[in-house]
Design a protein around this ligand. Structure first.
Ligand code: GLU
Length: 306
């Protein structure tokens, strides 16, 4: 069988300017694919229509271009695709894996719900076996959950190495559609990556726990698993994670202060991808790129040195 063309993606959420963490993930996603003559897909993840906008989407495209990153096609924004997500929702329904869940937010977060050390909860299956009469008595629209199996998932991450997961213990049955009818990130991403033929997913380390959830859905939908690379987080010198809140480090400000080559060079130097603090263009990064050069540890980044 012919090798699949490497296909990567940018999947930004158009809710504000790109910050340095997004820039770093986008650079590596692009360099990985372009260093092997692959294709790049852009997709706007705007399921949360309250926080996202078409203006931010356009600014994101301009920010990517300013960095020197290009893409071969843009697939339709997630907010326009609920018909497609309905089709995949139905697949889960027909497999008998879905059930309506009427739990309220406060029930889910109550002190007696089982919580993991990171503060997330494990859904205990409260609504799994409700009778039809019990369901009808709620008189409101439910969220829908997919049952998860008690089995191990192995994520072989290009940066983080091997990790093992069991969704029954890590999160419990997962919501795939909210009570207001909006599909959740895990379902939308799995469908969109699968239909776009994405073969590698590169994103921030904070999404590593999404990999086994998406692998489960890929299996149910008949998509092959992409490879995963969860790139380290950028930390300020006091150990705090750099985020959208660091307004002085979003591209709106940085574009007025540095060249893209300076920014890329500085980021790649901080990450240990290059061993000198020199300017670097996106093209040059693709020329020297390999995943062995990307370490898994968090990266300390001093914005003031830019
Ligand atoms: N839309 C997500 C973000 O901007 C990324 C999701 C993904 O790469 O799977 O953080």
């Amino acid at each position: 069988m012919a090798e699949l063309k490497p296909t990567g993606r940018f999947a930004p959420t158009p809710s504000g300017r790109m910050h340095l963490g997004n820039v770093f993930s986008a650079l590596l996603a692009w360099a990985s694919v372009r260093s092997r003559d692959g294709e790049m897909v852009l997709r706007m993840e705007d399921l949360d229509t309250q926080r996202t906008s078409g203006e931010f989407a356009e600014i994101l495209r301009q920010d990517l271009r300013w960095l020197g990153l290009d893409w071969d096609r843009e697939t339709p924004a997630q907010s326009t695709r609920s018909d497609i997500y309905d089709t995949y929702f139905r697949i889960l329904y027909e497999k008998g894996l879905l059930y309506p869940c009427y739990c309220t937010r406060s029930q889910l977060h109550s002190a007696d719900a089982p919580h993991l050390s990171d503060g997330t909860y494990v859904y205990p299956g409260t609504c799994r076996n409700l009778t039809e009469a019990e369901r009808a008595a709620f008189r409101r629209d439910p969220a829908w959950r997919v049952m998860v199996p008690d089995r191990q998932w192995v994520v072989e991450d290009l940066v983080q190495g091997v990790s093992r997961w069991n969704l029954a213990r890590d999160c419990g049955d997962m919501v795939v559609r909210r009570a207001d009818g909006v599909y959740v990130y895990q379902l939308a991403v799995t469908v969109d990556d699968g239909l776009a033929g994405v073969t590698e997913v590169v994103r921030g380390m904070d999404l590593l726990s999404s990999a086994p959830r998406q692998m489960y859905l890929q299996e149910l939908f008949g998509f092959s698993h992409p490879s995963y690379a969860h790139v380290p987080m950028l930390l300020a010198s006091d150990g705090r994670r750099l985020s959208k809140r660091d307004r002085d480090l979003d591209l709106g400000v940085l574009r007025t202060r540095v060249t893209p080559q300076r920014l890329i060079g500085k980021l790649c130097y901080a990450a240990g991808i290059i061993d000198q603090d020199t300017d670097l263009s996106a093209r040059e990064l693709a020329g020297l790129f390999s995943w062995e050069k990307v370490a898994g540890e968090s990266i300390f980044f001093e914005g003031s040195t830019l």
